[in-house]
Ligand binder design. Structure first.
Ligand SMILES: Nc1ncnc2c1ncn2[C@@H]1O[C@H](COP(=O)(O)OP(=O)(O)O)[C@@H](O)[C@H]1O
Ligand SMILES: [Mg+2]
Length: 235
């Protein structure tokens, strides 16, 4: 049987991001080596300041490493030009954040469709693609509402559909339940697990919470910007 890590969808070597801070420097992550196979659900753990968001930002092409290599779905992100990174963000990854990051002046439907509209697609086709996901996430009746009219759980579900609209292979979630009560938090984790299992997305969840633990196929722990534990969690 082939080893699942033979052809990783994500691989990094010596990945390091140093922030310049006034006269000093702060390491966000340091010398991170990583291999993630397609179809995993990775739970990324670590205290506040351990480097989780830094790592997700690098994986999402929102930021560049200071040194080291990072390849995601065949894209060498450390070498990518700004326009290649733009294209990468649009096509390969969908990101979900603690604070939802919805645009307040756009409706639920418009927020969801925005990444595809920015990619130059026609609204009518994009809406059609959004509808089954919205149905699945119980957002159909909310299409014309604005974010301020939604509950936290609905806002995060809207952000999840937005992350899916360009059909990315990888979903990156940074503390997705950080602003939700435990019931909505549980529901969001279950949705991410279903995206992984039923819809074959590779999912990476950075979280303080234990809600994602039952769904993890890989657990990675960060401390002070370094990986202290990386273990498969399959029974
Ligand atoms: N933009 C930034 N400028 C300076 N330091 C930063 C910046 N972002 C993160 N850091 C530092 O990098 C380290 C890792 O932060 P972060 O990745 O946000 O951790 P986590 O998401 O696990 O809480 C922390 O010491 C943090 O203060
Ligand atoms: Mg963080």
């Amino acid at each position: 049987m082939p080893n699942r890590s033979d052809n990783p969808i994500i691989s990094a070597e010596g990945l390091t991001r140093i922030y310049s801070l006034g006269s000093g420097e702060v390491a966000g992550i340091q010398d991170v080596d990583l291999q993630i196979s397609k179809g995993e659900l990775v739970v990324l753990k670590g205290n506040s300041g351990s480097g989780k968001s830094t790592l997700l930002a690098l994986l999402g092409g929102l930021d560049r490493p200071t040194r080291g290599t990072i390849t995601v779905n065949g894209n060498n992100l450390q070498e990518a030009s700004p326009s290649q990174l733009n294209e990468y963000r649009r096509t390969t990854v969908g990101m979900i954040f603690q604070s939802f990051n919805l645009l307040p002046t756009l409706t639920v439907m418009e927020n969801i469709c925005l990444p595809a509209l920015l990619a130059g697609q026609h609204y009518s086709g994009v809406k059609e693609r959004a509808l089954p996901w919205m149905e699945w996430l119980g957002l159909t009746s909310r299409a014309a509402h604005f974010p301020s009219q939604l509950s936290g759980g609905e806002m995060q579900r809207t952000a999840i559909v937005r992350a899916l609209i360009n059909e990315p292979a990888i979903i990156l979630a940074d503390e997705p339940t950080g602003n939700l009560d435990s019931r909505n938090g549980q529901a969001v984790m279950e949705l991410l697990a279903q995206l992984n299992r039923r819809f074959d997305r590779t999912v990476i969840i950075a979280t303080h919470s234990n809600l994602a633990d039952p769904f993890a196929t890989v657990r990675i722990c960060l401390k002070d910007g370094r990986i202290t534990e990386a273990a498969a969690c399959r029974a």
